[in-house]
Design a protein around this ligand. Structure first.
Ligand code: NAD
Length: 255
């Protein structure tokens, strides 16, 4: 990753932050970006490096995505890797799902993949190098009741990925999706801890009862492994992998 220029959206926390840290560890110049300016500035200052830049970007806004890409190009001279990671969840059955929430989730998770690709292609085609990585989910492969917008976006991301991969196949650019299962993030572990409290059991016991029956490996996914997969897809040796939906789910979607 030495001297590669990497942008990760939604990277003030969670998986995005882990990916940004991993790219940085491997020698990349990294742009952290998030809608949450306070958390973003805090994380950027912790890197304490001129190779790390923070740019506020609400990915539901076309102009902000354009600004993110152009400011990075002005500062570092190129854009090699772009990770569409920003996301959010809302759980409700279809009859109760607010239309405005559906629209917002589509704008943040699906439309942003299209818009960023639209503005990245001219830069990456000129460079004859580019890696676009779109964070989907096992929700992009199978249905989950109560997650209509999230599922629609995560399925749609795989469609955008395939079309984009075809449209840049001769330009040294690859476009791939990553489909993680349940990752051991504070959010998932917190949900399991709460569930444990209501059931009068530990977090591990809640995992055993609720999630592990669905996961053949009986483990949550390590966020570092997702970050390593992103780095691999961004590397030169992954040049023939394009249009793929890479599943990292401990076997969840196999059965
Ligand atoms: P997270 O909530 O820790 O991080 C998401 C980040 O996105 C936050 O920093 C948030 O501020 C930012 N964000 C939200 N709306 C934004 C917007 N409009 N513009 C820019 N940034 C915005 O969540 P996470 O678990 O790290 O999830 C990251 C991605 O990974 C998401 O796309 C999610 O769907 C996907 N994913 C997560 C899991 C999991 O188990 N956590 C599994 C599969 C896929």
């Amino acid at each position: 990753m030495k001297d590669k220029v990497v942008i990760v959206t939604g990277s003030a926390s969670g998986i995005g932050l882990s990916m940004a840290e991993k790219f940085f560890e491997k020698g990349a110049k990294v742009v952290l970006s998030d809608i949450n300016t306070e958390a973003l500035n805090k994380k950027v200052s912790e890197f304490n490096s001129s190779n790390v830049l923070g740019i506020k970007c609400d990915v539901s806004q076309e102009e902000e995505i354009k600004n993110l890409i152009n400011t990075t190009k002005d500062k570092f001279g190129r854009v090699d890797v772009f990770v569409n990671n920003a996301g959010l969840q809302h759980v409700a059955m279809i009859e109760d799902f607010p239309v405005a929430k559906f629209d917002q989730m589509v704008a943040i998770m699906l439309r942003a993949c299209f818009i960023s690709t639209k503005y990245l292609f001219p830069i990456m085609k000129k460079q004859k190098f580019g890696r676009i990585i779109n964070i989907s989910s096992i929700n992009g492969l199978i249905g989950f009741a109560g997650k209509v917008a999230y599922n629609a976006c995560k399925h749609g991301i795989i469609g955008v990925t395939k079309v984009a991969a075809l449209e840049c196949a001769r330009d040294g650019i690859t476009v791939n999706a990553i489909c993680p299962g349940y990752i051991a993030t504070p959010l998932v572990l917190g949900q399991m801890a709460d569930l444990g409290k209501t059931r009068g059991c530990s977090t591990e016991e809640a995992l055993e009862q609720v999630l592990y029956p669905l996961i053949p490996q009986k483990q949550l996914i390590d966020v570092n492994d997702v970050a390593e997969l992103a780095c691999y897809l961004a590397s030169d040796v992954a040049k023939h992998i394009t249009g793929a939906a890479m599943v990292i789910d401990g076997g969840y979607t196999v059965q």
